[in-house]
Design a protein around this ligand. Structure first.
Ligand code: AMP
Ligand code: GLY
Length: 425
């Protein structure tokens, strides 16, 4: 049977997903809602209001779509998988009860505590008890300390104050900042974990699971991991910090108890499980779970996959992942994000992008771009992902930057040190 697939999302992650799905011999037609100029080359972009699930369902029926793949977290946390499954439609992505592993940090922490999954020690406070939170921070008197808004905050809900004075400022900010008030109706205070960050990605049908890769993201805007947090400025896969021994421990101590714990609690986790980890002196610990692929991590993981992604997704939605073999190539992938100067704060849009035709030895995944009369313009903070490969990390980095230098737009910004930490291993 051939599949008509609807992919939801518009970022670099979704271009990578569209690129991988479009190569499948099992694909009849791919729609991407809303997509971007890059995904337009992999299928048909459709302008749907994907936050209105009735609208999505109507489109699915009209176009005889067999399977929906959800890229970003928001529709999952809003219950798109529950809604479409009730209609008898196949969806790849966890239901909202499972997506709560990302949707609520408190839910995730309590779940990890119940199942002895290694993570930072924590306490949770209600917004009307920020005085209690302040007292707790003063009592602990250990800095840095980590303060997290419980709900989805688009990556802007985590604060790591270095002193009591700074921590009190953050509490004030959380109390008064309108854009964070909802997400911060509950506040998680965590012990600061020391180590190197990495992420391991698993795919699960709710019962069986398989690791589909690991990567290291670069979340800060500035070189040497300085400055503001962003959605991610670059990544590489695999990450040497995830040694065979670390991976074995992540599988045994984190992924297996997470999937079996969710199943036992009646909320089977089917979809991509993103384990954001701190590799500490005592071993790997969970920083956060995400209920979807990372962006830009997806852009370096999927190009390594030799097995047909659509085949794997179909097996997953039918509960048959256990019988599926997933293979990867041995090359290392590196991606550098080209961003609009000023991101993650204010930036300009509408700058013409040139040089894309000259990129030969890399894949270009679009994110914040726009096409007008055959020309491509910037249309967001993170604009493009250039993905290069090599037989080792050093050559993957060199090959990627050689291609990055061919692409130009006014006030383009990228980090020059993507992968540098990996070379230290
Ligand atoms: P999160 O949104 O939970 O991933 O947090 C954003 C970033 O804050 C992470 O990528 C880490 O760099 C940092 N972070 C979060 N929690 C901790 C922790 N408990 N210890 C150290 N760093 C943390
Ligand atoms: N790159 C981090 C994330 O996707 O959450």
């Amino acid at each position: 049977m051939k599949y008509k697939v609807l992919l939801i999302g518009s970022g670099g992650r979704e271009h990578a997903l569209a690129w991988a799905i479009s190569k499948s011999p099992k694909l009849e037609k791919l729609y991407i809602a809303p997509g971007n100029p890059g995904t337009a080359a992999c299928g048909e972009n459709v302008d749907l209001n994907t936050s209105d699930f009735e609208v999505v369902w109507e489109f699915i029926q009209e176009n005889h779509i067999n399977l929906t793949v959800v890229g970003p977290e928001q529709p999952l946390v809003d219950g798109i998988a529950n809604f479409l499954e009730t209609k008898g439609h196949l969806v790849f992505g966890p239901k909202l009860q499972a997506a709560m592993l990302e949707g609520s940090k408190e839910f995730a922490k309590e779940f990890m505590q119940r199942h002895n999954i290694p993570t930072a020690a924590y306490r949770v406070f209600d917004q009307d008890n920020f005085d209690g939170a302040a007292e707790y921070i003063k009592e602990q008197n250990k800095y840095p300390v980590v303060l997290k808004a419980d709900g989805l905050a688009g990556g802007k809900g985590v604060f790591i104050p270095e002193s009591e004075a700074e921590a009190m400022e953050v509490l004030d900010e959380l109390r008064n900042n309108d854009s964070l008030k909802d997400a911060a109706s509950r506040l998680v205070i965590e012990e600061f974990m020391v180590g190197e960050e990495a992420s391991v990605f698993a795919i699960s049908d709710g019962d069986s699971w398989k690791v589909i890769g690991n990567a290291q993201d670069h979340k800060r805007i500035g070189e040497g991991d300085t400055g503001l947090n962003t959605g991610g400025m670059g990544a590489y896969s695999p990450a040497p910090v995830v040694t065979d021994e670390i991976l074995r421990r992540v599988e045994e101590e984190i992924i297996e108890p997470t999937i079996s714990g969710m199943r036992e609690e009646g909320n089977p986790y089917a979809g991509i499980l993103y384990c954001g980890l701190m590799i500490t002196a005592e071993g790997p610990k969970v920083v956060e779970y995400n209920c979807r692929f990372g962006d830009p991590e997806c852009q370096v993981i999927l190009p390594r996959m030799k097995t047909d992604l659509l085949d794997v997704i179909i097996a997953c939605t039918h509960g048959k992942l256990g019988k599926t073999e997933i293979q990867f190539d041995d090359d290392v992938r590196c991606t550098v994000v080209l961003a609009s100067g000023g991101y993650p704060e204010s930036y300009e849009k509408g700058k013409e992008i040139t040089g894309l035709d000259e990129v030969e030895n890399a894949i270009v995944f679009h994110a914040g771009t726009k096409e007008v009369d055959g020309k491509i313009y910037t249309n967001g903070g993170r604009v493009l992902n250039i993905v290069g490969s090599g037989s080792d990390l050093k050559s993957a980095i060199e090959n990627t930057y050689a291609e990055v230098k061919k692409v130009h737009f006014e006030k383009a910004y990228y980090r020059n040190d993507i992968g540098a930490k990996g070379l230290e291993h």
